[in-house]
Design a protein around this ligand. Structure first.
Ligand code: FE2
Ligand code: FE2
Length: 391
């Protein structure tokens, strides 16, 4: 799946500018394929998979290297399958190397900035009749905050209510996440610009949560909001710059970048004016939040040096690894309940679409940007280039 090229390119430029203003333009030009898919399936045949290959790189890779290449640049998360093994030698084919492989189905990736505690995401429970988190007329489109319910079946309204409620609870958790992030920044001597941006981002997330709860309430036909957030008695701040940068990379450089791209795609497919207005605001804010994360990581590396850089690089390697792993059980594709087109018109994406989008965002934006900044390198790329250099 290819994300919208214009939004993708703009976001990449913004992220690279955040991380390295003096060299961003050069990086964007110099990085071949930054923001482009690294490889595509060249065939629909059940057990044959290919990746793009240039003559300048020499002969096709052997089986072992090809498996590494598939795992580095081919996104099974996006394509809903993982390459487990390579069973044949390469067959060159029109600028690609093709292999017989063993592939297994996989599932979705995560979206958004979570509130993590002891390695687990936390969100509040929904609370029926809670009206304290409904939007107050801001950022409404031509249709106001009331989406049109005409032409929707009862089942579709229910699906939309559940989807927007789930999204709203995650946005609500992002408020807490940014509040803690602001404390982390204060605790480690960050400049005022970052602390200010963190607080502004928390307010943005309040707005996103309000929009989500308002839409969920409209589709549900009754108010719904969050119960008290399940906050522990003490919230630990990041122990050091390494921990701060690692969290910013995980939750922001990955989570918020994915969130921005997913929201942009939801907006592009939505037709209801109120939904489009909500997603317009959310996509724009999430892009700024992603910028803040990349800026924070750049500052932390500058302040903390090599240990911080290594920790951040580890996050991007883990993101690449997540594209190869089978998904958590929660990510299992939801059964479509309603007409896909009707649901998409109201901002709802099926589990498989969401999975494909979030994985494409990692593969086409997060990892290319990390690579351009020297924070991630496809493992097989080095293996492929090395023989040519020594020859
Ligand atoms: Fe958000
Ligand atoms: Fe955000």
């Amino acid at each position: 799946m290819l994300l919208d090229r214009s939004f993708r390119r703009t976001l990449i430029a913004r992220l690279l500018l955040s991380a390295g203003p003096s060299t961003a333009a050069a990086l964007l030009i110099a990085a071949p394929g930054c923001g482009e898919p690294e490889a595509e399936e060249a065939t629909e045949a059940a057990d044959i998979r290919c990746f793009e290959w240039f003559e300048e790189l020499g002969a096709c890779l052997d089986r072992e290297q090809a498996l590494e290449e598939f795992r580095s640049i081919y996104s099974p998360c996006e394509s809903r399958e993982e390459i487990r093994s390579v069973k044949s030698d390469a067959t060159p084919r029109d600028g690609a190397c093709c292999y017989e492989v063993v592939a297994e189905e996989t599932g979705p990736c995560a979206v958004g900035r979570p509130f993590m505690l002891e390695g687990h995401r936390r969100t509040a429970a929904p609370r029926p009749a809670e009206a304290g988190w409904l939007a107050r007329g801001k950022r409404t489109g031509p249709g106001g905050m009331e989406p049109s319910l005409a032409h929707l079946t009862d089942e579709e309204r229910e699906t939309l209510a559940e989807g927007w409620l789930r999204s709203a609870l995650e946005e609500h958790a992002s408020v807490a996440s940014f509040a803690r992030f602001a404390l982390d920044l204060m605790a480690h001597g960050a400049p005022s610009s970052l602390v200010e941006a963190a607080h502004i981002a928390a307010l943005d997330e309040v707005g996103h949560a309000r929009l989500g709860f308002s839409l969920a309430s409209a589709y549900r036909g009754a108010p719904v909001g969050p119960a008290a957030f399940p906050m522990p008695p003490a919230i630990p701040v990041a122990a050091d710059l390494v921990a701060l940068a690692r969290a910013a990379a995980e939750e922001g450089c990955v989570g918020e970048t994915v969130a921005a791209l997913v929201a942009a795609e939801q907006r592009a497919r939505a037709e209801d004016p109120a939904v489009r207005a909500a997603l317009e605001a959310i996509a724009d804010d999430e892009a700024r939040h992603a910028e803040l994360a990349w800026l924070t990581v750049a500052w932390a590396i500058g302040a903390g040096g090599e240990p911080v850089r290594r920790a951040v690089a580890g996050v991007f390697e883990a993101a690449a690894e997540s594209l190869r792993r089978p998904p958590p059980a929660e990510a299992e594709a939801e059964a479509p309940r309603g007409r896909p087109a009707a649901l998409a018109a109201h901002g709802h994406l099926a589990g498989a679409d969401l999975r494909a989008l979030s994985c494409a965002a990692v593969a086409q934006v997060v990892l290319p940007c990390a690579r351009s900044l020297g924070l991630w390198k496809p493992r097989a790329a080095a293996a492929a280039v090395a023989p040519a250099v020594s020859a």
